[in-house]
Design a protein around this ligand. Structure first.
Ligand code: MV4
Length: 497
């Protein structure tokens, strides 16, 4: 048991602030690190102490593990919280911190390493009877042998990089004729991207849901799960909306997936907060995909439905305290949604839209939480992730959480940059989202920039109807398939400059 008196947060933006808030509540002093681009950032102002660790690029600052550990030594820091991204899943960094006598708030370097290799992870959990997608258990090297396996598994198959994850280094192969070429490309991609060319085969699940389970493990061998998060609304592996609980899990399935997630954590002696990812197919079969050994971006939805503070749990675990509850003490209360607000232009292929936040007014009120790291007048730096805020709503049920989210989106005032807020409103109003009947193909299936075009006002509408009637005499409109799609009646567009 070691009391943490001072923590360094090796991160920036909303997550650095979010971690420091909890640290402060726990009476722990906070140290921020920052790059030259973040000199005026809110996490720097919030911290008790702040140290510039280098240039604007992540590789010159937030990724410099040795420099960060030196800062810890100089300022007598007891523990490092890595947040997400950057060094959070870097086993080498966790090990160096440990060797320097600094607590890494997270799992052991061994657990990070094991789960970082998708093949090693699958091998480790295999003895716990966890359902996995049919495929190879080892890296494939021989093309002919691999073709054989692929044919047995049945096309389409997916080639994945063992060192990948989060969708990086995946290739769908439709038939045996395309196998050799795709495999060679996958190996060369994996080699250049990860320095590890190991690839493996899985049956391709066409339209899966992505459901993940939050787990917590302490240093005394206790592991619990904190239910699921539904994360299927993604665009090119970038999550857009997450929710808890999922609209499709039955209590029995939730329990079963929860038990599997706990076993995955047991398989690597997991300590801290972690997330076990599953694919769920249309028949509600579920398959273990991978484990993320960090606090995730979307952790707030779990906090809302469980009433726990996950950062507080992480810190108490790191201090050596046993978990203060058992599985049977935990239950789901209400429903939470998270919308990631990105500085991207949905009308322009989601191109990053950097610039100054001319107006920035957060929504407020009951059931609304905004985790962000910016203020009005600040510039969004180009060097980092384009996510500017996480808008979280909480209600007694899913309908209430959705209603609050739509209200909050409407209330959120951002000018100076384009954001994904209107895109979020579109998704939330869509019949497929409302009904809960959606999967990871939602955006591909239902989104095109034209769906965000402003609904005309009454007068304009009358004119439009008259014009449409005229046009119809000549040709059918080409918007037929989107005509039944709900359109926002929000006034957010009128307010924008
Ligand atoms: C899959 C899959 C279909 N079949 N594996 C993408 C992220 C990475 N964690 C695993 N991913 C997938 N693995 C098999 N065997 C489809 C995906 C996938 C996906 C998964 C979760 C959320 C969004 C996704 C979008 C495209 C593909």
């Amino acid at each position: 048991m070691k009391k943490i008196k001072k923590v360094l947060v090796a991160n920036r933006g909303e997550i650095a602030l979010r971690v420091m808030r909890t640290a402060k509540e726990m009476g722990i002093k906070t140290v921020a690190i920052f790059s030259e681009a973040d000199r005026n950032a809110l996490h720097v102002r919030f911290a008790d102490e702040a140290v510039c660790v280098g240039g604007p690029k992540s590789s010159e600052s937030y990724l410099r593990g040795d420099v960060i550990i030196d800062v810890c030594k100089q300022l007598q820091v007891d523990a490092i919280h890595p947040g997400y991204g950057f060094l959070s899943e870097n086993a080498g960094f966790a090990r160096k911190a440990q060797e320097a006598g600094i607590i890494f708030i997270g799992p052991s370097p061994e657990a990070i390493e094991l789960m970082g290799s998708k093949l090693a992870a699958k091998a480790a959990v295999a003895r716990y009877n966890i359902p996995m997608v049919p495929g190879t258990e080892e890296a494939i090297t021989d093309v002919e042998a691999a073709k054989q396996i692929a044919s047995q598994v049945g096309f389409p198959i997916l080639i994945k990089a063992s060192a990948g994850g989060g969708g990086k280094g995946m290739r769908v192969v439709e038939n045996v004729g395309m196998f050799e070429e795709q495999m060679k490309m996958a190996v060369s991609e994996a080699t250049s991207a990860f320095g590890d060319g190991a690839v493996f085969i899985e049956k391709y699940i066409g339209s899966p849901r992505h459901i993940e389970i939050q787990v917590l493990g302490d240093t005394h061998g206790n592991i619990v799960h904190l239910f699921e998060r539904e994360c299927s609304i993604q665009r090119r592996h970038q999550k857009v909306i997450e929710e808890a609980p999922s609209a499709v899990l039955t209590p029995a399935l939730r329990e079963e997936m929860g038990r599997c997630a706990v076993n995955v954590a047991k398989a690597c002696d997991y300590v801290g907060a972690g997330t076990v990812e599953f694919l769920v197919d249309e028949n509600l079969n579920f398959y273990f995909l991978e484990m993320n050994t960090r606090l995730q971006v979307e952790h707030p939805v779990t906090e809302q439905i469980t009433g726990l503070d996950l950062v507080k749990e992480q810190i108490q675990i790191a201090e050596g305290h046993p978990l203060g509850f058992k599985q049977e003490d935990l239950q789901i209360n209400g429903h939470a949604l998270e919308l990631r607000v990105y500085a991207e232009d949905p009308a322009n292929n989601f191109l990053p839209d950097i610039g100054r936040l001319e107006t920035y007014t957060r929504p407020q009120g009951q059931g609304v939480r905004v985790d962000d790291g910016f203020e009005q007048g600040m510039d969004i730096p180009i060097y980092y992730d384009p996510m500017i805020a996480k808008l979280v709503t909480f209600g007694k049920d899913r309908e209430e959480a959705i209603a609050k989210m739509l209200r909050a989106i409407d209330e959120y005032q951002i000018t100076g940059i384009e954001t994904t807020l209107p895109f979020g409103a579109y998704v939330l109003q869509h019949e497929a989202f409302r009904s809960g009947n959606f999967d990871t193909k939602f955006i591909e299936r239902y989104f095109s920039p034209s769906v965000l075009e402003q609904k005309p006002g009454i007068e304009e509408e009358e004119i439009a109807v008259a014009l449409a009637a005229l046009l119809l005499e000549n040709k059918k409109p080409d918007t037929a398939e989107t005509s039944n799609v709900p359109t926002s009646t929000s006034n957010w567009r009128r307010n924008r400059t």
